[in-house]
Design a protein around this ligand. Structure first.
Ligand SMILES: [Fe+2]
Length: 343
């Protein structure tokens, strides 16, 4: 079995594959590691055939949608997943053929209603149902401590004790464990009585994950995270450095338009010498009146360098093919001590 564990922060993803056929599945991909997964597959001569989310993640951004679309492969989730983009929906007991490797789904509701574990050979990919030294929490949307009790004690903990477990999270870099080790040492599994277990799960008093709303929005709908929108805009435009723009302005080169896309109050309070003002919200409406020549060289500027990135990408989409964005924004410009015009 080909096996690779990829850690991003506390999140764990796995590439499991079949050596004979060079076919692989990617389990619980995270958005920040998209290039890494593809690089590993290329390095090892693997073709990723399935991208699988063990459940609807509430605390990080799944790359399943983007990878499924870009690789043109099925996005696999449990049948109860709310994600409209999941196109291969497994039920308890269903098996995927990954070359000669069999990957069997075990429905394990509790952490979420759509949680499943995946059994492959001597390994069990437990998602957030069973973590090393812990369990998934049950206080997020569709969580249910009673169901988790059944999924654990009536389900995966009855499997072969020697099975190695690989969870979707491992905050302490413990690597892996086995069912037997967890039964012996996992503090949460010492509550074997249902009511004691449920009571413990209901009183964990965990803080809410940082990006809960955004993660649920994107993972449930297939929409993009704000960081993704920014990264995709940044990937299709060039940038110009603060020093390069300052030098050009100092030399009095008037072959470029510095376009400040902040709101009026911010622009009035101080802007780059010679900058023109067009708030990003009015860009599409005013651009033809204000910039009649699409060959104009434009540098967009905002406060932090993010909105200007979006504005530059929009201008390029509109046909202003010589648009770039300032690398950094007015905040960095001021901090570097470059000249400011203010009324
Ligand atoms: Fe989770």
């Amino acid at each position: 079995m080909i096996f690779e564990q990829i850690a991003i922060g506390g999140c764990q993803s796995y590439i499991v594959g079949c050596e004979e056929t060079c076919v692989a599945a990617l389990i619980d991909p995270e958005i920040r590691a998209i290039d890494r997964y593809q690089a590993i597959a290329a390095r090892d001569g693997l073709r990723i055939r399935y991208v699988i989310d063990t459940h609807t993640h509430a605390d990080h951004f799944s790359a399943a949608h983007e990878l499924g679309e870009s690789l043109n492969i099925p996005i696999v989730m449990h049948r109860d997943s709310p994600a409209p983009f999941a196109d291969l929906r497994l039920q308890d007991g269903d098996m995927l053929m990954v070359g000669n490797l069999r990957l069997q789904a075990i429905h394990t509701p509790g952490h979420t209603r759509d949680s499943m574990c995946l059994l492959a050979g001597d390994r069990l990919f437990t998602g957030d149902t069973l973590l090393i030294g812990a369990t998934g929490r049950t206080d997020l949307p569709s969580g249910d401590p009673d169901a988790l009790y059944d999924s654990l004690f009536g389900g995966i903990l009855r499997l072969d004790p020697q099975l190695k477990i690989f969870p979707a999270h491992d905050y302490k870099q413990q690597g892996s464990s086995t069912i037997a080790e967890e039964l012996a040492n996992n503090p949460r599994l010492q509550k074997r009585d249902r009511s004691e277990f449920v009571d413990m799960m209901e009183h964990l008093n965990l803080s809410m994950p940082t990006h809960l709303t955004e993660a649920l929005r994107t993972n449930m709908t297939g929409g993009k995270s704000v960081a993704q929108v920014l990264a995709q805009a940044a990937a299709k435009i060039p940038f110009i450095s603060l020093a390069e723009l300052a030098a050009r302005l100092e030399r009095g080169e008037n072959d470029l338009v510095v376009l400040d896309v902040r709101e009026k109050e911010a622009f009035d309070a101080g802007h780059l010498p010679g900058a023109r003002h067009m708030p990003r919200g009015q860009l599409e409406l005013r651009v033809d009146d204000e910039l009649p020549d699409p060959m104009t060289r434009i540098v967009t500027v905002c406060e932090f360098g993010k909105i200007s990135t979006l504005a530059a990408a929009t201008l390029r989409d509109l046909g202003f093919l010589r648009t770039s964005a300032l690398d950094g924004g007015m905040k960095a410009w001021r901090e570097e001590g470059f000249p400011i015009s203010s009324p």
